[in-house]
Structures are given as structure tokens and as C-alpha cells.
Design a protein around this ligand. Structure first.
Ligand code: PLP
Length: 460
């Protein structure tokens, strides 16, 4: 165990040398740095030995917990064989095994797997494949994408181009390609009604209007199925996804479903798309693919799309994309072991009780003045904090309500991370009922303490 002096200097050295993602470093420099040294099941342990429940699955990727014996062993076994070899011009057994499994568990029309390193890259690949497919098919005008408002599909230039979160994306607009925006069917923030059926109907009318008049220019419609995660856990009304599939077929537009966040059991089914029996043309997976162990992503396509890239070498129909660590064998080993756990332990059948427990506990927040909306789909939860519940007015940004709740939860032994004023929970699938109850208690107490203090304008 490191001495206190070393730990202090670790924190200082962090502040001296590092630049953290999605972080205002001026604030970071003023706060204590939480150094996580170990994981054990769904617990994270800091350098002082304090334990925290991993309430957001280490940014939505951990599935069965940390240091899972089967995944640890699979990675160690692969390490004894080889850590990395290139996938450009070579293949390896676990990449094949994993691809076979993915084709087997995803919707039927998806037959081909293209690997990459992150959700953002897997989205880039989906966009490039859709674009190139139409170019090679001779439909040269089909160059645009339709996205939802508030969409988040990653932080690289292509994935930001199909993003719609002003806070993250506006500054980059001049660098981006144009995307057409269909309104997100978000009942809480819809103008004129909050009835989910009406919102669904109106949102679909507006999406169809775009498709109808721009179909010959549109390559693909890109969306997250059922839940827009980074948008603040916006849960779509039932039927929206299915109808979008019908419309995209009718107007000859490809459907790209981004299951980077919703995939691997988070919504209660292995993939969200199953819940409305929708078959996309392209499916994007990342985060939970390796059980939250190593960076690996996959873009799956239909055979028809794949065949659009076949031709003589000199025709240059090749998909020119691939990175140094594409299909890294250690990551593939973790992913295969992760999927085997789903099968062997019948993980999906353990979820309904957990989802129910979360629902029941969330109802304790419903009447609080500082809670505007509570959204849940499976294990994905968003609790939106407001200053004025009637007017649905958010807490002003400078009060950092979400961040304050996070700090309170940390004191009480749980790691959560907000999206602005939305408190997000996304526990690992492997969290027990007892641990979930504890996570819910910490979250509810933290929200109420911060909410009360902000309302009374007292010191926190
Ligand atoms: N797509 C969705 C829906 C996401 O939620 C995210 C990340 O949160 C991404 C893409 C980007 O994934 P990554 O952070 O692995 O690049």
C-alpha cells in the first residue's frame, strides 16, 4: 500500500500532467482527485481503501462487475498466446469466434462484422459504409444523414456531425458535414403536449416530412433505439422505432441503430432493437461488448450492404478503413468471455426483478419539488433536476446541481456521473438486489439533500 505522502503527490502529479476528458480543468484543479486503484465485483476501491458502488458501470460499459474470474482468465490466456497482431491482411481465431457469436445474437439481416476501437469510431464506420454504399450503387446524391435532436453518437468529427447536443457540438459546427434534424420524441420537453402517444405521432409526422422531401439525398437515418443516453436518458414512446423502420424502408433510406449505450442488456433485453422487433441495416456496438474490460467496438451490416463493396481490385470499391489496434486479440478474448457469461448464467432473466426494484425506489422521488422528470428503461435511469417544477425550468448551469449530487453520493459511497441537471444511473447488470437498494438509497438521499439546499439557497 502506498504511503499518504505518495498519494498526495499522485493527486498533485495528476493536476500537473493530465488533461481529463469532458472536464473543465480549472474546476478539476480546485477539487480533490479521487484515485481508483482497484475493483471488486460492482465496487470500486480508492487509494485510501474506501469503497464505492459503481453506479454508472464505469461510464456505461461494465456489465458483470470488475475482476470477473472468467473474463480475467480469458484475457490472461490470450496474453500467454499473443497480445496483439495486425488485422490488416491477417486474422485470428478469437476475432472469428466473436464475429460468429455477434451475427448469431443480433437481428437476422446482420451478417457481417467490422471491428474498431470505440463507439465513436464504430459510428464513423457506419456513416462511411452507408455513404460509400450509395456512391457505389450509382445513387450519388444520397450523401446526407438524418439524426435526432439532442443526439449523441461520439466525439470524433463524423460522429459529432450527426450529434445534436449544443453544449458539446456547437463550437465545431463549421468543421462538420450537414445533417438533417428530426425532433427527438421527448414527452417531457415536447411543445403542446406531454402525452407519449401524441408526441410519438407528431414526431413521426415531422420525421416523415423530411424523408418525403429529401429521400433522394439521404443515405441513412441514424438513431439510438428506445433511449437517447447522453441526451439525458430520453426514453422514446413505444412504437417510434418500429415506425421509423417502416418509413426508412418506404423512402429507401438505410437505418443505422447505435446501440453503444443500449446494447448488452441495459434496456432489459440483450439489444434494445429486439423490443420492437426492428431489423436495422447497420448496428453499432461498443462499451459493453467486452464486459467493460477493453476498448473494442463493432459495426454490423446486412449482406446486401457488404456485397455493395465487392468488385475487382482496380474498381476501388474496397472499404478503406482500419486502425492499428483493430480487432485486438485481448479485447476479443474479453468479449467472447463476456458473451459466454450471458449464456451460461442466463443473465437476462435476472434483470426484471432488478428493474422493478429500481422503478419502486425511484417513485420515492416523484413528489420532490426539485425533481422534474424521472425516466427509466431497464437499468438506464435519468432523474432531471429542476428549479421550477411547474415551468419545467432547469437549475441554472452555474449551480452545477448534477455535479453536487455526484459529490454527495461519493461521500456516501457511490460513484455516479450526471449529464448537466440529469442524474444518471446505469448500474452493472451484475449488481445484486441488495447493492442496488444501497445505490438507490445513496442516490435518493444525495438528490434530496442537494435539492433541499438549492431550494432553501443554503450552503451545501
Ligand atoms: N454512441 C452512443 C450512443 C454513446 O452513448 C457513446 C458514448 O457514450 C458513443 C456513441 C461513443 O462511444 P465512445 O465513447 O466509445 O467513443
Amino acid at each position: 500500500m502506498a504511503s499518504t505522502r505518495t498519494l498526495e503527490s499522485l493527486s498533485e502529479r495528476d493536476k500537473k500532467y493530465l488533461w481529463h476528458p469532458f472536464t473543465q480543468m480549472k474546476d478539476w484543479a480546485a477539487e480533490d482527485v479521487l484515485m481508483i486503484e482497484k475493483g471488486e465485483g460492482v465496487w470500486l476501491i480508492d487509494t485510501d481503501g474506501k469503497r464505492y458502488l459503481d453506479g454508472v458501470s464505469s461510464l456505461w460499459c461494465n456489465v458483470h462487475g470488475h475482476r470477473v474470474a472468467e473474463i480475467d482468465q480469458a484475457v490472461k490466456d490470450q496474453l500467454d498466446r499473443v497480445a496483439h497482431t495486425t488485422f490488416l491482411g491477417l486474422s485470428h481465431p478469437l476475432a472469428v469466434e466473436l464475429a460468429e457469436k455477434l451475427v448469431h445474437i443480433t437481428p437476422e439481416p446482420l451478417t457481417r462484422v467490422f471491428y474498431s476501437d470505440s463507439g465513436s469510431e464504430a459510428v464513423e464506420i457506419a456513416l462511411k459504409i452507408a455513404y460509400q454504399y450509395w456512391q457505389q450503387k450509382g445513387q450519388k446524391k444520397k450523401q446526407k444523414f438524418i439524426r435526432l435532436s439532442d443526439a449523441y453518437h461520439g466525439d470524433t468529427i463524423g460522429s459529432v456531425s450527426v450529434g445534436g447536443i449544443a453544449l458539446f457540438h456547437d463550437i465545431y459546427r463549421p468543421l462538420l458535414f450537414e445533417a438533417l434534424e428530426a425532433p427527438s420524441p421527448h414527452p417531457y420537453r415536447w411543445r403542446g403536449t406531454d402525452n407519449p402517444e401524441k408526441v410519438c405521432h407528431q414526431a413521426l409526422e415531422r420525421a416523415e416530412a423530411i424523408m418525403k422531401c429529401r429521400a433522394n439525398e439521404v443515405a441513412a437515418f441514424v438513431m439510438e433505439p428506445l433511449v437517447q443516453g447522453a441526451a439525458g436518458m430520453i426514453v422514446h414512446p413505444e412504437g417510434y422505432l418500429k415506425k421509423i423502420r417502416e418509413l426508412t424502408k418506404r423512402y429507401d433510406i438505410l437505418l443505422i441503430l447505435d446501440e453503444v449505450a443500449t446494447g448488452f442488456g441495459r434496456t432489459g433485453s440483450l439489444f434494445a432493437t429486439e423490443q420492437e422487433q426492428v431489423n436495422p441495416d447497420i448496428l453499432v456496438l461498443a462499451k459493453g461488448l467486452t464486459g467493460g474490460y477493453l476498448p473494442l467496438a463493432a459495426t454490423l451490416t446486412s449482406e446486401a450492404l457488404y456485397e455493395g463493396f465487392l468488385g475487382k481490385y482496380e474498381e476501388l470499391k474496397t472499404f478503406f478503413h482500419g486502425h492499428t489496434y483493430t480487432a485486438n486479440p485481448l479485447a476479443c478474448a474479453a468479449a467472447v468471455a463476456n458473451l459466454e457469461i450471458f449464456e451460461k448464467k442466463d443473465i437476462l432473466n435476472t434483470l426484471p426483478e432488478k428493474i422493478d426494484l429500481i422503478r419502486k425506489r425511484l417513485s420515492e422521488l416523484r413528489d420532490q419539488a426539485w425533481v422534474g422528470d424521472i425516466r427509466q428503461k431497464g437499468l438506464m435511469v435519468g432523474i432531471e433536476l429542476v428549479e421550477d417544477k411547474k415551468q419545467k425550468q432547469g437549475v441554472p448551469l452555474h449551480l452545477k446541481a448534477g455535479h453536487r449530487v455526484t459529490l454527495k453520493a461519493r461521500e456516501k459511497g457511490a460513484i455516479i456521473r450526471p449529464l448537466g441537471n440529469v442524474i444518471v444511473l446505469m448500474p452493472p447488470l451484475g449488481m445484486t438486489q441488495q447493492e442496488l437498494n444501497q445505490l438507490m438509497s445513496v442516490t435518493i438521499e444525495s438528490i434530496n439533500e442537494v435539492g433541499k439546499a438549492l431550494t432553501e439557497k443554503s450552503n451545501l
